[in-house]
Design a protein around this ligand. Sequence first.
Ligand SMILES: C[S@@+](CC[C@H](N)C(=O)[O-])C[C@H]1O[C@@H](n2cnc3c(N)ncnc32)[C@H](O)[C@@H]1O
Length: 166
Amino acid sequence: MNQIKLDCMLNPLAAEVVRIAAAIPGERVMDIGCGDTSIALARIAAVVKGIDLSRPMLRLASQRAKSIQGVTFTQADAAVVPFAQSVQLLFSRFGVMFFEGPIKAFSHLHSGLSEEGRLVFICWQKPSANPWMSLAGRALQPFLPAPVSPPDPRVPGHLPSLIQLM
Ligand SMILES: C[S@@+](CC[C@H](N)C(=O)[O-])C[C@H]1O[C@@H](n2cnc3c(N)ncnc32)[C@H](O)[C@@H]1O
């Protein structure tokens, strides 16, 4: 399953970004594009709401979080999700790079952040800044059939298909 491969690759990065986020017990956190990071933040005793558009991702996160206190999962679009209460930390591991209207989406997220709140996320830079990821694909390109349409790097699933290429 791709998520297991992704977790192996991303968990070291996630550990660092969770450390930088410096959540404290009792803080309200929204994890955008949820998963293992929601669990890691809840282990610090933050009150975590993991949101995702994807039911399979939510199902997997809920299964993994069965024995963890303080974390809930909801299907929602981060760009428009209603905030019943402001949050102190907006967090994301590779979940905020798919917004169709980033300015609108981030403005909305800002409206749900408390005054002293913070946004901490990790996302990819362009392929040329990630040769470890793009080099193998480029080397194989001449031997592969042309894609039906050019891959959109913002589309979920793009990353796993690159990993399979490698
Ligand atoms: C690359 S995955 C990362 C998932 C998880 N954070 C992780 O690191 O394993 C991106 C996730 O963001 C979710 N996502 C994309 N756009 C979203 C949005 N507007 N609102 C909520 N989730 C979104 C996708 O459904 C997908 O599960």
